[in-house]
Design a protein around this ligand. Structure first.
Ligand SMILES: [Zn+2]
Length: 569
């Protein structure tokens, strides 16, 4: 207040002298005013998502006449301590990103939690900060004993194991419902299925419905931000979907943008790398320097990257991704991992696997500090290198994770994926091998339950790969593949893909997409009408096509479960 008084006094005496000092004085005054009752708070920007450069921003310039704290903070791009947890500067702006800027009301609040996040960010972004030392990953005994005990809110029940293959039927119990396994996990990148209402997907007809849904922390981090979802009461209340969700760490999208040049090489069948589009789920054009190796910087702390939305720089660490996923509140969360490129040499791959282990252990520690009825799956890495995969399985399954996801490079095509899973999946069943990296004293920990925990395959869900993966012991798998195909007019059927925009379907009256499909699309519409909707670019076409494909895959999973129960596969 004293500074404000001085400012007014100086303005009266000498406006010219005062003008250059005004923004800083106003901002400092407001800082003191807003945070006087919180000794830990050091800045007014409590929930600000982006700190902007006024010099390059026409949007900011147009609103800079306001003296609101939010606007003032946007004019301080170099005041990095005023950024919140993950974003700290921006060089590009457009209308799209304007929505990411905190409104003035948000900027007037200040909490201890937010302050802790800011301090965290300050530590990470200070040029003078000490580099985090590279230490061996923690041993199983370094985690508390209770972490190895069964959870009362999350349980995997194996109902039947096939006598013919490694396939098994199970049931995952989560706080928001049961997931029958093997099960398909639909991808709702931005907290929504593309073109399909959750209510339709969850009950798509014929008693078949979507159970587990996968949302991407990376996208939710950029918009609307975890704080908004937390304020809504978590992702279930925010989306009004009282059914299971899983979120990833965000790391996958960060690295796949950086390695965009090898994106197409990694898998020909819609594998993990294709889950992230360079143009993003929104179809936005990326900003400058958000793609390519210069877009990310990996340190022991975490990974620094630029937003595809506006070029803002984010720091994602094992701790911050878990904090974000705590706010989002999915039933299952995933630790930070590094995704190396497909052509990484072995030494670099091993270094990456080791770093991933350290990051995942840190993520787990952060998670265990506040479990809040969430399960955490590890992500097994090692690419196509059997020795590194074994090392990854041995270490990660020795820690108190609730399930195991298989990530990293999964081969170039279905055949390589099948080959990989053929030698990888038995590692989840074999007795643990003593390994110097793990220690000899973890026999009493989770390795004994390795076989009993769920296994998730990241980013694969074409029909042929599903059949292969299920017979090799995969319990759940996610992919945007069915919805992506559906909205572009490729509809799944037992007789192969139906490319509905072909003129041959113009008069396919009374002919369903799939003769036996029980979905709502097939209950009401024939190929002829769908052909017209797609050719006319009617939005309804996207909804009907995507719903059919989601239902088709879920129905396929139900049939596979029955086949396993009958020991046919
Ligand atoms: Zn159908």
């Amino acid at each position: 207040m004293l500074r404000l008084f001085l400012l007014v006094l100086l303005s009266m005496v000498s406006p010219c002298l005062t003008f250059p000092l005004a923004p800083a004085l106003i901002k400092r005054s407001l800082n003191i005013k807003r945070c006087y009752n919180n000794s830990l708070c050091r800045t007014v920007v409590a929930s600000a998502v982006v700190v902007r450069s006024a010099a390059t921003s026409s949007t900011t310039s147009s609103s800079s006449s306001s003296t609101s704290p939010g606007v003032a903070s946007r004019q301080q791009p170099n005041n990095r301590s005023s950024a919140n947890v993950l974003v700290f500067d921006s060089s590009n702006e457009n209308d799209e990103t304007t929505n990411s800027v905190v409104d003035d009301d948000e900027a007037t609040t200040c909490s201890h939690e937010e302050d802790e996040m800011m301090v965290t960010m300050k530590n990470f972004t200070s040029k003078q900060r000490k580099r985090r030392p590279i230490l061996p990953p923690p041993l199983p005994k370094d985690f508390p004993d209770w972490a190895y005990e069964p959870r009362d809110f999350f349980k995997f029940e194996i109902i039947h194991e096939s006598t013919k293959s490694r396939a098994r039927v199970g049931r995952l119990h989560t706080p928001h419902g049961i997931i029958d396994t093997p099960g398909f996990v639909a991808v709702a990148t931005n907290g929504a299925l593309k073109g399909v209402d959750f209510r339709d997907a969850d009950d798509s007809g014929g008693g078949v419905g979507q159970q587990l849904v996968f949302s991407n922390t990376y996208h939710l981090l950029l918009h609307p931000g975890p704080d908004v979802i937390q304020a809504a009461g978590g992702i279930h209340k925010w989306t009004n979907r009282n059914a299971p969700f899983i979120t990833d760490s965000g790391g996958f999208q960060v690295f796949s943008l950086a390695y965009g040049s090898v994106q197409e090489d990694l898998s020909s069948n819609g594998g993990e790398l294709k889950r992230a589009s360079v143009r993003s789920a929104n179809g936005d054009k990326p900003g400058q320097n958000v793609i390519g190796k210069d877009a990310v910087k990996v340190t022991e702390d975490g990974v620094l990257f630029r937003s595809y939305r506006d070029g803002s720089r984010f720091l994602l660490t094992p701790e911050t991704t878990v904090q974000a996923q705590k706010k989002i509140g999915a039933d299952i969360i995933i630790p930070l991992d590094e995704l190396p490129g497909y052509y990484t040499d072995r030494a670099a791959l091993e270094e990456s696997v080791d770093r991933t282990h350290r990051w995942e252990a840190r993520s787990l520690q952060e998670h265990l500090s506040n479990v809040q009825q969430q399960a955490m799956y590890c992500v097994v890495h090692g690419g196509l290198d059997a020795e590194l995969r074994q090392k990854s399985v041995e270490y990660l399954t020795s820690l108190p994770f609730d399930g195991f996801a298989i990530g990293g490079s999964l081969g170039n095509g279905r055949d390589e994926l099948k080959e990989l899973l053929t030698w990888l999946m038995p590692m989840f069943d074999e007795p643990k091998q003593t390994n110097g990296d793990i220690g000899d004293d973890d026999d009493n920990h989770s390795a004994r339950n390795r076989h009993l925990k769920p296994r998730h395959l990241l980013g694969i869900a074409d029909e042929a790969s599903i059949r292969n993966a299920v017979s090799l012991g995969i319990d759940t798998l996610d992919s945007a593949y069915p919805t992506r195909l559906g909205r572009h007019g490729t509809l799944l059927s037992r007789d192969g893909h139906v490319r509905i925009q072909k003129s041959m379907y113009a008069r396919a009256f009374g002919e369903k997409i799939d003769a036996d499909c029980t979905c709502r699309t097939c209950q009401h519409y024939d190929r002829a009408y769908l052909w017209h909707l797609f050719k006319a670019n009617e939005p309804l076409a996207v909804a009907l096509g995507s719903l059919h494909n989601i239902h088709y895959i879920n129905n396929l999973m139900a049939e596979l479960r029955q086949d396993i129960l009958d020991n046919r596969i």
